[in-house]
Design a binder for this molecule. Structure first.
Ligand code: NAP
Length: 256
């Protein structure tokens, strides 16, 4: 493990690590010295994060101590398997857990199917719950003082057209973060959320250009965010630099 950096020598689990913000989080956490477990429903994409975006980008030919693992965060058994796989590989649970797996299934309220409502809730809210519960329990059993970072969204605060399911799931993530922080503080496990604005990743490819143009007019910085700009905040919240921040939800929106 690297001996220098904000999170040097720490083991970090990142879900949704095969794309966008999760992939950027893996890059910045490893740059700052963490050993990264990149977990995603899409194993090949998680492996690409490790091989191409971490190892090759830093000039190494192999993945070193980093690893890619498969998980469906909405499935309790899959989350348990992930924990067991990490314990088998590293002997200890991660000290940093980043919940970045997320999906959208946008539609007008009047047209939204129950299936699309459920799938968004199952990944974004239940998935965050399952990962937090499983890994916080493992941290307490190993007396690890950890940091959990949940990726909510600014639409969890203000709502958004076409996203009644998604915005509700993300508001739920904020409330869940606050409650978990109150429960886990006594174990010195901090839990915080980030509320990103509009970030340039594949998830927003489904937003119609017209809607994107309207939204950008409301961003004082006048542009989409880069996933790395969220990853830097994730890394700060993972590190001792944020040691008294707990139960917070931080807007990272360019001012939206
Ligand atoms: P992204 O590029 O689509 O990445 C999300 C990743 O999560 C994908 O690799 C996806 O795999 C994976 N995933 C989906 N369902 C999963 C499951 N059940 N188990 C494990 N992994 C799963 O999106 P992103 O922009 O990086 O989003 C990351 C987080 O930030 C999400 O929670 C999102 O809601 C939140 N966020 C994003 C924005 C934004 O503007 N980009 C703004 C606010 C909040 P597949 O591709 O195979 O589905």
């Amino acid at each position: 493990m690297a001996s220098k950096g904000l999170v040097a020598g720490r083991l970090a689990l990142v879900t949704g690590a095969g794309s966008g913000i999760g992939r950027a989080a893996c890059q910045v956490l490893s740059r700052e010295g963490a050993t990264v477990v990149a977990a995603d429903k899409n194993y090949d994409a998680a492996l690409e994060t490790i091989k191409k975006h971490i190892a090759l980008a830093s000039g190494y030919s192999d993945a070193g101590e980093h690893s890619a693992m498969e998980v469906d965060v909405s499935e309790p058994k899959s989350v348990q398997n992930l924990l067991q796989a990490i314990l088998a590989e590293y002997k200890v649970p991660p000290k940093i857990v980043v919940n970045s797996a997320g999906v959208t299934r946008d539609n007008w309220l009047l047209k939204l199917s129950q299936e699309d409502y459920d799938s968004v809730m199952n990944v974004n809210l239940k998935g965050t719950f399952l990962i937090m519960q499983t890994f916080a329990k493992a941290m307490t059993e190993s007396s690890i003082q950890g940091s959990i970072i949940n990726i909510s969204s600014i639409v969890g605060k203000y709502g958004n057209i076409g996203q009644t399911n998604y915005s509700a799931s993300k508001a739920g993530v904020v409330a869940m973060t606050q409650s978990a922080a109150k429960e886990l503080g006594k174990f010195n496990i901090r839990v915080n959320a980030i509320m990103p604005g509009f970030i340039d990743t594949p998830i927003i490819k489904t937003v119609p250009d017209k809607v994107k143009e309207q939204l950008l007019k409301l961003v004082p910085l006048g542009r989409l965010g880069d996933p790395t700009e969220i990853a830097e905040v994730i890394t700060f919240l993972s590190s001792d630099k944020s040691s008294f921040i707990n139960g917070a939800s931080i807007d990272v929106t360019g001012g939206y």
